[in-house]
Design a protein around this ligand. Structure first.
Ligand code: COA
Length: 353
């Protein structure tokens, strides 16, 4: 038995935010963002919306696409670094809102590698017969990390002259290397146990190294502090992620290329055998580097970072969903997925569509 991706669906947050709109609330420019990251637009949820809202909508579409009823699902895996609550996780919230029976629901926290890790977990359950039909959702909402206030949101929404509070511009600019990269979205796949024509997950490699955990992390708001959240941490904006951008860039290019080659080699394959490579969308320059290192022709690589930015656990299923719905991936195609994220975590998966 293999884990066959039987359907997919995505939900992008409603509000489109251009680079030009961001330049109304912080010291940045469209040219800088495009040149350094490839991002042109990203989408943010409305105030009051939650990660689970996007996750449930994506899950619903994936179930419909697969022709699977909620009652048939016997495993839910939610990959998110931005759950609705510190605890519990979103797995059970997705399960109950979709009308799925009281089956095992996991929440996993591997950030930008969340989907690859989730698919590994689903694959293990399906191969061993512990489940037959899984719903795997990658969903993240990054806008909530930002220290932006009412005036900033009004400007982003088009009120270009909305007043900013004292110091708001400076505070927004402090996290500009980070905030311009990310967007809010969810994407889900339904994965069924099957044994037709070699379809399904063929192999995967998952890796982690916690030595670099603090190179990309939320420095405050956690149980290394007592209490785990304090007014001081909030005042110092320690709920905003810290990122050593250059270091992360270097590690992402190295690890993604390395793990892709390792996985292909141990399956006696080359990039020539692969129809499409779906890379996590963190920075277009990272992926262009990896593409070059793997000597991949343009037609084997799809990007959508220009539209959505980095949506962490949602990036790879978003690419999959778009490629399947536009006919760029058809049943029988060999697809390589590669990701790198905070943790540090990384991995690659080979799937026959
Ligand atoms: N607008 C304008 N200028 C900005 C800016 C922004 N949004 N963000 C940073 N800058 C400035 C810096 O302050 C710096 O100015 P200085 O030269 O006067 O000091 C300059 O641009 C260069 O900054 P640097 O951080 O060296 O740029 P970079 O080329 O490394 O690009 C990232 C920054 C964040 C885009 C890049 O490092 C990156 O993508 N890293 C990986 C991030 C990632 O993938 N994260 C998710 C992991 S899964």
């Amino acid at each position: 038995m293999r884990a066959v991706i039987a359907g997919s669906g995505s939900e992008i947050a409603r509000n489109c935010v251009t680079n030009e709109a961001l330049s109304r609330i912080m010291d940045t420019t469209d040219a800088w963002i495009r040149e350094r990251s490839g991002v042109e637009t990203r989408y943010y949820i409305d105030a009051g919306q939650k990660t689970s809202d996007l996750a449930v909508a994506a899950g619903q579409k994936a179930l419909e696409h697969a022709g699977v009823a909620p009652s048939e699902v016997d495993l839910v895996v939610s990959a998110t670094m931005t759950p609705d609550h510190f605890f519990p996780g979103n797995g059970g919230i997705i399960q109950t809102r979709l009308g799925i029976p009281a089956v095992p629901c996991f929440d996993i926290r591997q950030q930008c590698s969340g989907f690859i890790y989730g698919l590994g977990l689903v694959d293990a359950y399906l191969r061993t017969g512990m489940a037959r039909t899984a719903l795997l959702v990658g969903a993240d909402v990054h806008s909530g990390f930002m220290p932006w206030r009412e005036g900033s949101y009004r400007r982003l929404a088009g009120d270009v002259d909305a007043p900013l509070a004292d110091g708001e511009w400076e505070v927004n600019s402090e996290s500009r290397h980070l905030s311009v990269l990310f967007g809010d979205a969810a994407s889900a796949v339904v994965v069924k146990a099957g044994d037709e024509g070699g379809r399904g997950v063929i192999d995967h490699i998952l890796r982690a190294d916690g030595a670099d955990a603090t190179k990309l992390c939320v420095p405050g708001i956690g149980f290394k502090h007592r209490p785990y959240v304090s007014a001081e941490q909030v005042e110092k904006h320690q709920y905003v992620p810290f990122m050593d951008g250059r270091y992360v860039f270097k590690m992402a290019t190295t690890r993604m290329a390395e793990v892709a080659v390792e996985l292909l080699t141990r399956n006696h394959l080359t990039v020539g055998d692969v129809k499409m490579v779906l890379m996590h969308q963190a920075n277009k320059r990272i992926n262009e580097y990896v593409q070059k290192m793997l000597e991949l022709p343009d037609e084997k690589v799809i990007h959508n970072i220009h539209k959505y930015g980095n949506t962490t656990a949602a990036t790879i299923p978003l690419l999959w969903d778009e490629a399947v719905r536009t006919g760029r991936i058809v049943p029988g195609d060999l697809v390589l997925m590669v990701a790198f994220g905070a943790g540090m975590t990384w991995g690659a998966t080979l799937v026959r569509a």
